[in-house]
Write a protein that binds this ligand. Structure first.
Ligand code: HEM
Length: 381
């Protein structure tokens, strides 16, 4: 009779191995044994998780892109333009590009959901501020990412940094004048820190602040969707994560399909002889080049201050817009006079209690919409 192998039966080992791992790393406490109200499995309460998943994919595709990309002002555009012609690389680059749009949209929707449900009430103002920091990091990632493409649109970013430094008398100190930027070796020196910010500093900051955001939600407890009646029932957090994965899979699946559609690389930056704008005396704005949607309000605000107040350099439009938008979102949780989270639509929109919070977020949206509309109506300048 064949002797039974002294080896351990795999089927019986796996659950206990899984349990040991979960126990060792304390995962049980944060996933399967962590119970949350069943009502929070609604889509509006899963968008933050979907956002987190989209950000992870953005970081992964960004990492893959670093295998091809070189932050050299003479080569970068050639690299991104040729990647967009190649089957594998075009999908990776397009996914990275369109997912950035998605992330921007999700941040906006998530922020508005949190505002309406008063998710920052009951001593969670700090959580809202962490959210503002996340939105700010996402904005900086969009701007630096747009630069790395290094077409004339990407070139607009150091061009505007130069204007800003010039306005405060520092362009010469940092060798950041417009003529400097047209020298490939000097432009490369400006591109490298932007690359470092986009691939290292900002993603690391994002992951740290995201971890803090999730931690504070765990400790301070989430609000409840007031449009559902409270059942008192709880479900393991794993169910919530499953909802994240389902919605995230669907939304990112759509982004993946869109990524197969070919995209124009745009015109080469004006510092390259191959550019249609080579030797131009004008900046990208005057040449009719506008930013992509998530940051298009910046150029729109530049146009607005130039048209309305003849303010020069027009980059002050972006600065003023940024200060007002930031002031608006930072103020929200401190001017909301509601004592507790709303229990219905009437309380959610009770302007006597929450009017100032809506006013503050209104400032944010007025600037954003004014910038986007101005950018669309009168883009050149
Ligand atoms: C990268 C961006 C962000 C990520 C990954 C993220 C993630 C999350 C997640 C997973 C939740 C749990 C509930 C849900 O999914 O709706 C949440 C809740 C919350 N978030 Fe965010 N968030 C981000 C940005 C923001 C922003 C921009 C704000 C506000 C300015 C914000 C403020 C809050 C608050 C106050 C809560 C608690 C809500 C409640 O108790 O109902 N978050 N966030």
């Amino acid at each position: 009779m064949a002797e039974k192998s002294p080896g351990v039966d795999k089927a019986s080992m796996s659950p206990s191995a899984r349990e040991t791992l979960a126990d060792q790393f304390g995962v049980k406490g944060i996933i399967s044994e962590y119970l949350i109200p069943i009502e929070t499995n609604t889509i509006w309460y899963t968008l933050g998780g979907v956002l987190g998943i989209a950000l992870v994919f953005e970081i992964l595709t960004g990492f893959i892109l670093t295998w091809r990309y070189i932050p050299d002002a003479g080569k970068a555009f050639g690299i991104t333009a040729s990647m967009l012609k190649e089957p594998f690389w075009s999908v990776v680059l397009n996914f990275h590009y369109w997912a950035a749009y998605l992330i921007f949209a999700l941040v906006m929707i998530h922020m508005m959901r949190v505002l309406i449900t008063g998710g920052y009430l009951r001593g969670k103002q700090g959580l809202w501020l962490l959210g503002v920091a996340l939105a700010g990091i996402v904005f900086l990632l969009s701007i630096t990412g747009e630069t790395l493409h290094w077409d004339e649109r990407g070139f607009a970013v150091p061009w505007h940094i130069s204007e800003l430094l010039d306005a405060v008398g520092l362009a010469g100190v940092f060798q950041y004048t417009h003529p400097d930027l047209k020298v490939i070796s000097i432009a490369t020196e400006k591109l490298i820190p932007i690359y470092a910010a986009h691939v290292a500093v900002l993603p690391i900051l994002l992951l740290v602040v995201m971890a803090l955001h999730y931690y504070v939600i765990r400790v301070k407890k989430i609000s409840l969707p007031f449009w559902l009646s409270e059942s008192g029932r709880k479900a393991p957090f794993t169910e919530h994560v499953r909802a994240w994965l389902i919605y995230g899979g669907i939304i990112l699946g759509v982004v993946l399909v869109i990524s197969f559609i070919s995209r124009d690389p745009g015109p080469a930056p004006q510092l390259l002889p191959s550019s249609p704008f080579f030797g131009s005396k004008h900046g990208p704005g005057t040449l009719g080049i506008t930013p992509t949607y998530p940051i298009s309000w910046t150029h729109g605000m530049n146009r607005l201050v130039a048209i309305l107040f003849n303010l020069q350099p027009d980059i002050w439009g972006t600065v003023i817009g940024m200060v007002l938008m930031l002031g608006g979102v930072l103020a929200v949780p401190f001017v909301d006079r509601a004592k507790h989270e709303p229990r219905g639509w009437t309380e959610a929109f009770n302007l006597r209690q929450r009017g100032w919070a809506f006013f503050a977020i209104g400032v944010f949206w007025v600037i954003m919409i004014a910038g986007v509309v101005t950018n669309a109506v009168t883009p050149i300048g």
